[in-house]
Design a protein around this ligand. Structure first.
Ligand SMILES: Nc1ncnc2c1ncn2[C@@H]1O[C@H](COP(=O)(O)OP(=O)(O)OP(=O)(O)O)[C@@H](O)[C@H]1O
Length: 330
């Protein structure tokens, strides 16, 4: 970390902006335009608090991987700045990366080597790793990701989930202040997803900041304390997951065996954004007494089995902010 100035004991100077010491990633107007002209990341201001499990959420192509590559010093931004662990990237890449465990685009593994020997190779490639304690480190990393029993198996015999866990073990050979995981559950079956998610929670519980990208809203809601939402290279919103969801209004949900009639009555009552489902109707909650609406439905002969406003989800927040559905295809 940089020297702290005496005047601002909790702050480091970020060149214009003042950055709290407990911010692990901070970008200012970070922008990447690829050579072909594609504007992949557009003026991104990202703030990742220390100790958070930070979800970087966006549909495919929204600029997540490009941002991560800039944060890791793998590519140069076109303009703007990125600081990781208080240091400018890519300038301080060599000083910063030893404190960062990264799993980007799947781990590179030797299929013919055992999981354990793959980790030995990773560890041996780290000039700061003491060879005398290598076996202990590798065993601890395998243990951490639940691969001790499978450690002697060839990596090519591993399931995709096991390969991801082995990649995480490689990222955990050294103590890290930050873990960066690009779509860590991509391609995994539900069981594999559950394993990786619970592992992420566990890793975060000892205070490591985890920055993970995902195109899955429910994943972010299940795992993350904070999130940033990207669309088409731009930041839509960021903050604590609970606050983001609270910022969006929930949905009016009417459960009824007469959804068509219910929709008609609600429309007559001025309710908007009606969606007819198998079990009833959902809509934008109107700014008026809900009991009156319920009464209007009952008076019209609609058999109302349930009536209320459901808590907003992160998905509602996304839809409210972008005016678009969240496309999870791909
Ligand atoms: N090397 C490259 N050269 C030119 N354009 C690129 C390059 N890499 C990505 N892009 C484009 O930049 C945009 C953002 O891509 P990026 O991979 O950062 O998005 P993403 O949110 O990570 O999506 P995905 O989950 O599909 O990787 C896309 O339109 C993509 O086609």
């Amino acid at each position: 970390m940089e020297e702290l100035s005496a005047a601002e004991p909790d702050m480091v100077d970020t060149g214009g902006a003042v950055l709290a010491e407990d911010t692990v990633i901070a970008t200012r107007a970070l922008t990447k335009r690829y050579r072909g002209g594609q504007l992949a990341v557009d003026g991104l201001d990202l703030t990742v608090p220390a100790g958070s499990v930070f979800g970087f959420l966006g549909p495919n192509g929204s600029g997540k991987t490009t941002t991560i590559r800039m944060l890791m010093g793998l590519i140069e931004p076109t303009s703007g700045t990125a600081r990781v662990l208080g240091q400018p990237m890519p300038r301080a890449t060599r000083a910063v990366l030893p404190h960062v465990g990264a799993l980007i685009e799947g781990p590179a593994l030797y299929g013919f080597l055992s999981g354990r020997d793959n980790l030995v190779r990773y560890d041996a490639a780290d000039p700061t790793a003491d060879p005398r304690t290598r076996r202990t480190r590798v065993a601890a990393a395998l243990d951490r990701v639940g691969l001790t029993a499978a450690g002697g198996k060839k990596a090519k015999a591993y399931s995709l989930g096991m390969k991801q866990r082995l990649g995480l073990a490689a990222a955990l050979l050294q103590p890290r202040r930050l873990l960066v995981l690009d779509e860590p559950t991509n391609g995994l079956d539900p069981q594999g997803m559950r394993e990786i998610r619970s592992l992420v929670r566990e890793l975060a519980s000892d205070g490591t900041t985890v920055f993970l990208s995902s195109h899955l809203l429910d994943e972010i809601e299940q795992v993350c304390t904070h999130a940033a939402v990207m669309a088409q290279g731009r930041l839509i919103t960021q903050g604590a997951v609970a606050d983001l969801a609270a910022g969006a209004r929930g949905r009016l949900v009417v459960t009824t065996p007469d959804p068509g009639d219910a929709a008609r009555v609600l429309k007559e009552q001025g309710v908007t954004d009606l969606v007819v489902t198998d079990t009833g109707v959902t809509a934008e909650p109107p700014d008026r007494e809900l009991a009156e609406l319920n009464a209007a439905l009952v008076e019209a002969g609609v058999r109302v089995r349930g009536f209320g406003v459901e808590r907003a989800s992160l998905e509602d927040a996304f839809v409210a902010l972008t005016g678009e559905g969240f496309d999870v295809a791909g």
